[in-house]
Design a protein around this ligand. Structure first.
Ligand code: ZN
Ligand code: ZN
Length: 255
């Protein structure tokens, strides 16, 4: 088939999804919800209350494994046996907010950043009010290695941590943790490979004068990254919890 004919054939069959393109264009207009493309009553950009509400956790969930619970306690029965690191997230990566969390990291698309951080703040405050978490004294972002930071141009975890730091009036410790080894991406690795990949990748750089810290990341999947950093703090008797915009139950989506 001649090249031009072939292109026409492909574009008619699959190369262009016009409905999707118009969806993107609509969502990229200011004051439009990124999900339903309706005008945002609050102005600005992001996700409307209806779409966001439908995408967040509706049921209490275990802070260890993320499993739904009948009533909100800290951990489910299985996690109580050997309590894992508490992870606070407003919703699942697989329930609508995932693509907007991914867009922050992979496309530098920040339209949803503020409203997702608001949803996380609401969850943090609700758990604290129930006495299930303790208010941290400072927050740290999962760092990128300088090589990766140069490539991407920004650290998505730092962006989220900065917004949270401003909203919650908590100090953001900029240089507390450094990533001293340029590890390969965690996507697609098994649990053991993930742990081996990150062994000695992080270092605590300074004396930390706080007893309670929240580590901030965009997505928590298996938790290998945040657990590796948490161990460094716990070795100095500093209590750790994790805050993220979404929790992914299936491995392979994030570090
Ligand atoms: Zn909407
Ligand atoms: Zn659990």
């Amino acid at each position: 088939m001649p090249l031009l004919e072939r292109w026409k054939f492909l574009s008619a069959r699959q190369a262009f999804n016009w409905r999707r393109l118009f969806g993107w264009l609509g969502a990229s207009l200011p004051n439009r919800c990124l999900m339903c493309h309706q005008t945002l009553r609050s102005g600005g950009s992001g996700i409307c209350e209806t779409c966001l509400g439908a995408s967040l956790y509706h049921r209490p969930s275990c802070l260890g494994c993320g499993r739904p619970l009948v009533m909100q306690t800290r951990y489910c029965g299985s996690c109580m046996v050997k309590p894992p690191l508490a992870v606070v997230a407003p919703g699942s990566y697989h329930q609508g907010i995932g693509e907007h969390v991914a867009a922050i990291k992979y496309q530098g698309q920040l339209a949803a950043l503020d409203c997702l951080c608001d949803a996380l703040v609401a969850r943090i405050e609700a758990l604290e009010a129930l006495g299930l978490t303790q208010w941290p004294q400072a927050i740290v972002a999962v760092p990128l290695h300088p090589n990766r930071l140069r490539q991407r141009g920004f650290n998505q975890a730092w962006l989220i941590a900065k917004v949270l730091s401003d909203k919650l009036k908590l100090p953001l410790l900029e240089h507390a943790v450094i990533r001293s080894v340029d590890t390969r991406p965690q996507e697609g690795l098994t649990g053991r490979q993930r742990r081996r990949n990150l062994a000695d990748a992080f270092k605590l750089q300074q004396d930390i004068e706080y007893q309670r810290i929240a580590i901030v990341d965009d997505v928590v999947t298996t938790g290998t990254t945040v657990n590796t950093i948490a161990k460094l703090f716990e070795a100095r008797y500093i209590q750790v919890q994790v805050w993220c915009l979404a929790r992914a139950e299936a491995p392979g989506l994030s570090d």
